[in-house]
Design a protein around this ligand. Structure first.
Ligand SMILES: [Ca+2]
Ligand SMILES: [Ca+2]
Length: 164
């Protein structure tokens, strides 16, 4: 019995005291907005041959309104025509892939090597991000018999702010 009561004092009493006295800070604190940033894509030294595209996402699932930030560093490129970046709904990606009319949430056409940073708002949904070096999309390749391959780094983050 003595052992049991010692056990009670040592193990059970402290949490019991905490329950009874409470934790004043957590009760009186006002609700604070919290910002969540998630890395969606972190890719580096990706090689993309002419007549190919690269699709990111399984797809990318967004469950709250937020902002997408894109950092694209085009490191090697012959600058003969424009590489494309698309942020598409799953449905529009299928139209893109089938060379049908489609619309994009965000689109960039890039002719020169260098760093490109842009952001845009996003609603809940399922999306793909596509880097396109093919005749799909809105820019064509040059069809000169030479493989214009691109080498790039890509970092994409999603930020949402919610108060609760
Ligand atoms: Ca294209
Ligand atoms: Ca070419």
């Amino acid at each position: 019995m003595r052992g049991l009561s010692t056990l009670f004092v040592l193990i059970l009493l402290p949490p019991l005291m905490l329950l009874l006295t409470g934790c004043p800070g957590s009760i009186s604190a006002p609700p604070t907005p919290s910002t969540t940033e998630v890395t969606l894509i972190d890719d580096s030294d990706r090689h993309l041959n002419e007549q190919h595209y690269f699709r990111y996402g399984d797809p990318i699932t967004i469950d709250k309104p937020g902002r997408i930030d894109v950092y694209f560093n085009l490191k090697e490129w012959d600058e003969d025509y424009r590489l494309e970046i698309f942020f598409l709904t799953v449905e529009n990606f299928l139209h893109f892939k089938n060379d049908e009319t489609f619309s994009a949430i965000e689109h960039k056409s890039i002719l020169y090597t260098g760093i490109y940073e842009f952001d845009f708002d996003v609603s809940p949904g399922s999306y793909y991000l596509v880097v396109d070096n093919s005749d799909l999309g809105w820019e064509n390749t040059d069809w000169d018999g030479y493989n214009d391959d691109a080498v790039y780094d890509l970092l994409v983050t999603y930020t949402t702010t919610s108060s609760y």
